[in-house]
Design a protein around this ligand. Structure first.
Ligand SMILES: Cc1ncc(COP(=O)(O)O)c(C=O)c1O
Length: 355
């Protein structure tokens, strides 16, 4: 922000030239002074049906929220009185645990930084942490590692959720980048909240728009008292509608750029002798790179790249247990940015001190 030369490869935001239809929708909405209006509490009908169609979830209702995180906050606030425990992963995304922590709800963050569990939260590990009436927070594809859950893995998780009377939040923020993705809501419709974001695949992070999708009976627990009864950002909703209408062409572009940049990043990492891609291929618009074995700490690596105005993230933001060992590099960015990253990373040299 306020740093025009900065390469933003730390927050999984998308920085490609946006679809012209999206920009036009924003301009038209501004010209029509729609910003003087409130949007409907649950979101524009057209947007709600486009999101439902994008997911292809029969019988699901959509609540448009202020970013996926607005939806997650609302889920946590609304459910806190009836939830016994949050079960999530380390590494993971810290905010739901913090939201529920405000209500005194304990969290079990299961350690998953290991090839043995496929860098995923597996049913058996959930079983060891869960109690009746828990909330399981499953990020899929997983930020920060890029692992994705198979249908069989989700079936096993859903079985544990059903048996313990627990609810599931399936955070699908990065779904559009995955090769093959199953919605847990297909397997556990009566107990799954699916969260959806426009920040990553469409690149609308600053407009703050997302959604929570669930069966009407479940969603009613949230929509009875919406967290934002005056409706989410109206211009963002116009942009999202325009983006969903051109989704196929746009996704082909963004996924192509993402795949190319991941190759550039991987090649630079391999050539430097500093680091190894943790989950390869990653199903997200980011790669986690383990740096500890080359004698580097994650914060040190980020500081070194920042000297060249390259912003990447240390694992410490998303992993109390393993954050010193890896950095995260976001890849849905212009080619030149990936190349600048590669040049900067190639200055790192192995220290030979690590394990
Ligand atoms: C796992 C996960 N969930 C939710 C979000 C928030 O998305 P949004 O920008 O739609 O609020 C992020 C953003 O980085 C994320 O990584």
């Amino acid at each position: 922000m306020g740093r025009p030369g900065m390469v933003w490869m730390g927050q999984n935001t998308t920085h490609l030239e946006p679809p012209p239809e999206v920009v036009e929708a924003l301009v038209e909405s501004t010209a029509a002074r729609e910003f003087q209006l409130y949007a409907p509490a649950l979101g524009f009908e057209e947007l709600r049906s486009l999101i439902a169609a994008d997911l292809g979830l029969d019988g699901a209702e959509v609540l448009v929220t202020d970013g996926a995180v607005g939806g997650l906050h609302h889920i946590c606030t609304a459910l806190a009185p009836s939830i016994t425990r949050l079960v999530t992963s380390d590494p993971g995304w810290p905010w739901p645990a913090r939201f529920l922590g405000l209500g005194g709800i304990p969290t079990s963050a299961v350690e998953i930084y290991s090839a043995a569990c496929g860098y995923k939260l597996q049913a058996a590990a959930i079983e060891g942490a869960i109690e009746d009436g828990s909330l399981i927070y499953l990020i899929d594809p997983l930020n920060p590692l890029g692992s994705v859950y198979t249908r069989e893995e989700l079936e096993a998780i859903v079985e544990v959720a059903r048996r313990t009377g627990s609810l599931l939040v399936h955070d699908c923020t990065y779904r559009h980048f995955a090769d093959g993705h199953t919605l847990a809501a297909e397997l556990y419709p009566e107990g799954t909240f699916t969260t959806y974001s426009f920040s990553k695949w469409l690149g609308l992070a600053g407009l703050r728009l997302g959604a929570v999708v669930a069966r009407p009976e479940l969603l009613d627990r949230l929509s009875r008292v919406p967290s934002n009864p005056l409706g989410a950002n109206i211009q963002a909703q116009r942009a999202a509608i325009a983006g969903l209408r051109v989704k196929d062409e746009w996704l082909a572009r963004v996924r192509d750029a993402n795949a190319r940049n991941q190759l550039t990043v991987s090649a630079a990492v391999a050539a430097s002798g500093v680091g190894e891609i943790v989950v390869d291929p990653s199903h997200g618009n980011f790669l986690a790179v383990e740096v500890a074995a080359a004698g580097w700490g994650s914060e040190e690596v980020c500081a070194a790249l920042l000297e060249d105005e390259i912003f990447i993230r240390p694992g410490t933001y998303q992993s109390p247990g393993f954050g010193e060992r890896f950095v995260k590099v976001s890849t849905s960015v212009p080619t030149e940015w990936a190349e600048r990253f590669a040049t900067s990373w190639s200055k790192l040299t192995p220290r030979g001190g690590g394990a």
